[in-house]
Design a protein around this ligand. Structure first.
Ligand SMILES: [Zn+2]
Length: 346
């Protein structure tokens, strides 16, 4: 079978590999869709300390079961499934209190286990043990189902930031994650949703698809001033920074409303993780600042249901579909910011 394997930064090879066989507790799937994300690009360029190469990449995975390992119950060949990316151990103190996103023993598809940029893939027993394999509802395509994983992360972020009815929400960053944040905020009953982006071309492309109430470009002047103007000086109830930008994080404190919530959704580069914060703004305005670290198996199941019910449509976010041979082209498209979601169909 054909796979896309990471060897070292800048060295990802499309090559032949033997088809894997499922061991006890494992399931083999024929991968039908595996979407790319910013993390894949980061891995391609810089590697990742948690990856043990050579490793088949890809972690936004959907496919159909082709073979069952010993002791796997409740599944059958032909079942259409979506696979979680982050695999909690399910047994540590954090997992037992339901905080699976911060499990310190977490492993990931495409990091410690071969991922979905392949024709066939093994779903590890550890995924099945934490209910990380989800049935794709009828009528939903594999490509749409593959977007459940990033949407699950977005859902975790909005639950932590308590996005709810009537909230004015600012999303900073108009990449695929930003677009999903806009869509999800709508489905949670947000009042108005504003999309902020530095690059005007990228902003307009995203805005044409997800239709924020206002598309705010930094080219049109100070972002904080623009948001304050749009909210009659009150500021936004929720600000979500879906961009790896310390400046965007610092700026959020200038236009968040009193008692507002700021989600530092996108992480900062390892070598520049520090921002400057006037803690009195947090104190006097009673702000809540939250993070977000991936998603739990339960978030994946709920995200898949949100897509299937039409509450969060994603089909129009899939702007590119490429075969497995096109993985490097797909990463180039992601790198140039030309598409929203770029999906590999092996
Ligand atoms: Zn755990």
């Amino acid at each position: 079978m054909k796979v896309a394997r990471f060897y070292a930064p800048g060295d990802v090879r499309i090559e032949e590999a033997p088809e894997p066989a499922p061991g006890p507790g494992e399931v083999k799937i024929r991968v039908r869709a595996c979407s790319t994300c910013g993390t894949d690009l980061k891995i391609y360029r810089h590697g990742h300390y948690r990856i043990s190469p050579p490793r088949v990449m890809g972690h936004e995975i959907a496919g159909e079961i082709s073979e069952l390992g010993e002791g796997t119950e409740g599944w059958a060949a032909g079942d259409r499934v979506q696979v979680i990316a982050a695999i909690p151990d399910g047994t540590c103190a954090d997992c037992r209190r339901g905080a699976m996103t911060v499990c310190q023993n977490q492993e990931s598809m495409g990091y410690q286990y071969d991922g979905g940029f392949a024709e066939h893939m093994i779903v590890p027993a550890k995924v099945l043990a934490v209910d990380g394999l989800n049935r794709i509802p009828e009528g939903l395509s594999f490509a749409e189902a593959s977007v459940a994983e990033p949407l699950a992360c977005v859902l975790n972020g909005q639950e932590l930031a308590r996005v709810g009815p009537g909230d004015d929400v600012v999303v900073v960053g108009s990449g695929p994650i930003g677009c999903l944040h806009v869509r999800l905020a709508r489905s949670r009953g947000a009042g108005r949703v504003f999309l902020v982006e530095l690059n005007r071309e990228r902003l307009e492309r995203a805005a044409a698809i997800v239709h924020p109430d206002e598309a705010v470009s930094a080219d049109d002047g100070d972002v904080a001033e623009q948001i304050l103007k749009l909210t009659d000086g009150r500021g936004a109830d929720v600000v979500i920074t879906a961009a790896a930008s310390g400046a965007a994080q610092e700026q959020a404190f200038k236009y968040v409303a009193r008692q507002g919530r700021i989600s530092l959704f996108g992480g900062l580069p390892q070598d520049a993780p520090t921002i400057t914060l006037n803690s009195n703004v947090v104190h006097y305005s009673e702000l809540t600042v939250v993070g977000a670290n991936g998603s739990s198996p339960a978030h994946n199941a709920r995200a898949l249901a949100l897509i299937a019910s039409g509450a969060v449509p994603v089909v129009d976010l899939i702007t590119h579909r490429l075969p497995l041979d096109g993985v490097l082209d797909a990463l180039e498209i992601v790198s140039r910011g030309e598409g929203i979601k770029v999906t590999i169909e092996p």
